[in-house]
Design a protein around this ligand. Sequence first.
Ligand SMILES: Cc1cc2nc3c(=O)[nH]c(=O)nc-3n(C[C@H](O)[C@H](O)[C@H](O)COP(=O)(O)OP(=O)(O)OC[C@H]3O[C@@H](n4cnc5c(N)ncnc54)[C@H](O)[C@@H]3O)c2cc1C
Length: 425
Amino acid sequence: MKEKFYICVVNQLNYDVIITGARCAGASLAILLGKLGYKVLLLDRSQFPSNTTSTHIVGEIDIYKELGVFEQLQESGAPSLHRMRIDLDGTFFESDIIVTQRALGLRRTEFDYILLQKAASFSNVTVKQNHKVNKVLKDNEGKTIGVEVKSKNSVSKQYGTIIVGADGRNSTIASQVHSPYIYESEMMRAGIYGYFKDVNPLTHPCVEWYFNQGDIIFCTPTNDDLHTILVMPHPDHYRNMKQNVKATLLNSIMKNKNLRLRLENASLIDGVKGIGPLKMFIRHSFGSGWALVGDAGAWVHPVSGTGMDDAVLSAKELSIAIDLYFKGIKSWEDALHDYQTKRDQIINIQINRALSTLQRADQPLSAEKQAWLKLICTFPSIVYDLGNKGSDVLDFLHFKNQDDLKMLVSLEKRKIIHEMRRNHP
Ligand SMILES: Cc1cc2nc3c(=O)[nH]c(=O)nc-3n(C[C@H](O)[C@H](O)[C@H](O)COP(=O)(O)OP(=O)(O)OC[C@H]3O[C@@H](n4cnc5c(N)ncnc54)[C@H](O)[C@@H]3O)c2cc1C
């Protein structure tokens, strides 16, 4: 048997912040701290550019301008999507997207790499790829003081004032610091996806959402003229077919007549990727010398479609907290408590939305209800009345009792009213 030799390196150089995980959460935090002048070590066990298990909707704009990567994201070859299409068991609703100026269908190979390169452009940020964090180092009082890192030929110890886990859902940092769970959901649906070539494109590319006989499907154009199709099968459908995940994906897509037509000449490339049923969670996000950001601290089901943006927005909040602490304006506890409150505001909205969307999809529309829907959409006058009474319809619907949706809808209503007043003073 071939023996492996590792050189053990003890690095006395102290960093202000050591970040484990260099995708959207970690790289964004490194950029923000780099801009503030802190000495940062950014570690990842992967080599970039590389893919990860995720589809690709990026919706935010301002935060990427602040990170200095907005132009690169726009010019990355990812389609800019301005329209949203919702297919409810064969009946379409389509409009301009109003929650953002555009969504991008951007592959993770591009997105994470753009952020990583930006982080690496700061002389005070050191990036190490192919470096896996094995262990969190603590002092006698239990404060985290560093990490043990394994690379191809060596094991080293790196020391820093703050140790951040941005290392994803199965975070090594979170488990080693024993970060408790504040919230855990029931098991949620699986999410399986693939890349398809030669999908008949829509005239105006859309973020496409399908409520599909109990399944939920996202279909989005992405780089290289491909479409990503993500299926979140109804638990019964997944249970029946999980031995053959590819068949589960294709059967679900083919059940929808509109998608079926679009995929007449299409083929699946690179196999099927995804996740099985998992729980959503929120973890306590800080302790003595450590903090968590992105999926490491809170995992929301992909039905939200906002995990990347949320990770980046949370990184911004964490950078503010770390800065206030280093400047002596706030104690570690106070600064990080504020971070956690803001992080939870971002995450709780998405968790509630994910839960309520999946609950709806669990009970597909009956044939009778589908017929009513078709009736509504067949008669232009009814559609007109629907538009004419849009605000009342929103108030009337039962979600007026659900705080998260109520808040989102009232926010959008306010934006619409503001826009109207601007255009017609
Ligand atoms: C099927 C699916 C579809 C999705 N679709 C979307 C979508 O359309 N839009 C959206 O916004 N979000 C989507 N998400 C969610 C999104 O992928 C995550 O929220 C996002 O990747 C979180 O980023 P992160 O940086 O926190 O973690 P990750 O992207 O998981 O990155 C963690 C990094 O840490 C590294 N790492 C882990 N352990 C170690 C270690 N011990 N040492 C060193 N490095 C380590 C990993 O190599 C990895 O690079 C989807 C998720 C899934 C599962």
